[in-house]
Write a new protein. Structure first.
Length: 63
């Protein structure tokens, strides 16, 4: 039972880091695509409605 609780605790900590990281990078203001921070592939970054938006390569179908 104790091993199950330790595993669950570790899983919660691991998953919460991804949630925090996702929330951190979605509210970056921008003027153009060049004003957004650089990202590594396969991510693509675009300036949409004055905020930087991240997409997987080939997923973006905007203007």
């Amino acid at each position: 039972m104790a091993q199950y609780l330790v595993f669950l605790y570790a899983l919660i900590i691991l998953l919460s880091q991804f949630i925090v990281e996702k929330a951190e990078i979605t509210n970056i203001p921008c003027v153009s695509d060049e004003s957004c921070p650089q990202v590594i592939k396969p991510l693509v970054i675009k300036c949409i409605d004055k905020f930087c938006e991240y997409f997987m390569e080939g997923e973006y179908e905007g203007p």
